[in-house]
Design a protein around this ligand. Structure first.
Ligand SMILES: Cc1cc2nc3c(=O)[nH]c(=O)nc-3n(C[C@H](O)[C@H](O)[C@H](O)COP(=O)(O)OP(=O)(O)OC[C@H]3O[C@@H](n4cnc5c(N)ncnc54)[C@H](O)[C@@H]3O)c2cc1C
Length: 322
């Protein structure tokens, strides 16, 4: 499968060096990441607000190896929370626990998460724990469960339709009354624990969506897949689930036409805005989701090199924005 291959290549050091050094990577990354600073996110927030779209901000970074870097991530989130509150923006934040110290010691992780949650709670801003690769799923849900036990309610999780365990996790989150974002799953996982066929992943997604819309607490349906979006709209209409009971979520720079279309139909759409310098892993996952983007990048890299003289014509990166 091309997607799996691209995700595997993306892990290699050589690929990282080649891709991060190539100027075209930066320009492609800019399509998905509005900038490095909190100012850049706030700029994107204004742009989205004018379009009637809500947002969630994510400071790029994962699998952070030093406590200093985890604290720098906390500072970035605290600054973003301040700016969201000051501007009364319709926005919240999405954090990755491996950026906040998961794997570096429980005390560090708990301290970092508590600092973010304290500030977010004071400003009444919701915090989502993004879901990372499968080895992090149980630790993420464990920490979430602990926080829930201690009456932290302004926090929610993400479940990935591709994982075989997800139906059970979904049931538990519904039982708790926790807010779930449902997505397909962006990581290459082995067949023992994850469905590999898109048909099966879509089926699991539709089942999860139906359960969340019927029994869940303000779920988020995160996909650009038109079949799944149509299935969600049809289910909501058939079962009489009002638009205010759930939201759609999509990524910054991806299918802006659909974002606006759903908004025009009266639905709430939240756009995930990543920011920061550490865009490489995020870019690789976005490229893997859409091989046409890889062809565009390879073509541009060849054009930038001496071989470019031999390269005929040009294709444009797909952009269906109105
Ligand atoms: C708001 C949000 C939050 C997410 N959070 C997580 C998370 O916490 N953990 C996790 O594992 N995954 C997360 N994901 C990623 C998700 O798991 C999928 O990898 C991703 O959304 C692609 O799947 P899709 O359902 O959009 O369908 P796809 O079948 O991949 O895409 C459907 C169509 O959307 C368009 N499209 C999709 N991706 C791109 C792209 N990169 N460039 C251009 N067009 C594109 C294309 O037209 C494509 O045909 C998140 C996704 C969203 C939208």
């Amino acid at each position: 499968m091309l997607r799996r291959g691209l995700l595997a290549v993306g892990e290699s050091r050589v690929a990282r060096k080649v891709l991060t050094d190539a100027p075209v990577s930066r320009s492609v990354a800019r399509r998905f990441v509005p900038g490095a600073s909190v100012d850049a996110v706030v700029g994107a927030l204004h742009e989205l607000e004018e379009a009637g779209l809500a947002a969630t901000g994510n400071y790029l970074g994962e699998a952070v190896r030093s406590p200093e870097h985890t604290r720098a991530a906390v500072e970035a989130y605290l600054e973003l929370l301040d700016r969201i509150e000051a501007g009364a923006h319709d926005a919240n934040i999405s954090v990755k626990l491996t950026q906040l110290g998961m794997g570096l010691g429980d005390d560090l992780l708990r301290e970092n998460v508590a600092r973010i949650l304290d500030r977010a709670e004071a400003a009444d801003i919701f915090v989502r724990f993004d879901m990372e690769s499968s080895e992090h799923v149980q630790p993420t849900l464990d920490l979430f469960g602990e926080l829930w036990e201690s009456e932290r309610r302004g926090v929610g999780v993400v479940l990935q339709a591709q994982l075989r365990r997800t139906a059970g996790d979904l049931q538990e989150m519904i039982r708790l009354g926790a807010r779930v974002r449902l997505c397909k799953g962006a990581y290459a996982e082995p067949a023992e624990i994850a469905h590999q066929k898109m048909r099966r992943i879509r089926k699991r997604f539709r089942e999860g969506m139906a359960r969340l819309l019927s029994e869940g607490t303000y779920p988020a349906i995160a996909t650009h897949d038109e079949r799944l979006l149509r299935a969600t709209l049809a289910f909501a209409a058939r079962e009489g689930v009002p638009p205010g009971d759930f939201e759609f979520q999509m990524l910054y720079g991806v299918r802006r036409d659909l974002q606006r279309n759903l908004r025009d139909q009266g639905h709430r759409v939240r756009v995930y805005i990543p920011f920061g310098d550490n865009w490489y892993p995020y870019l690789v996952r976005r490229l893997a989701e859409r091989p046409a983007n890889v062809f565009f990048m390879v073509e541009s890299m060849i054009k930038e090199s001496k071989l470019g003289m031999l390269w005929p014509g040009s294709r444009a990166l797909e952009d269906r924005a109105p």
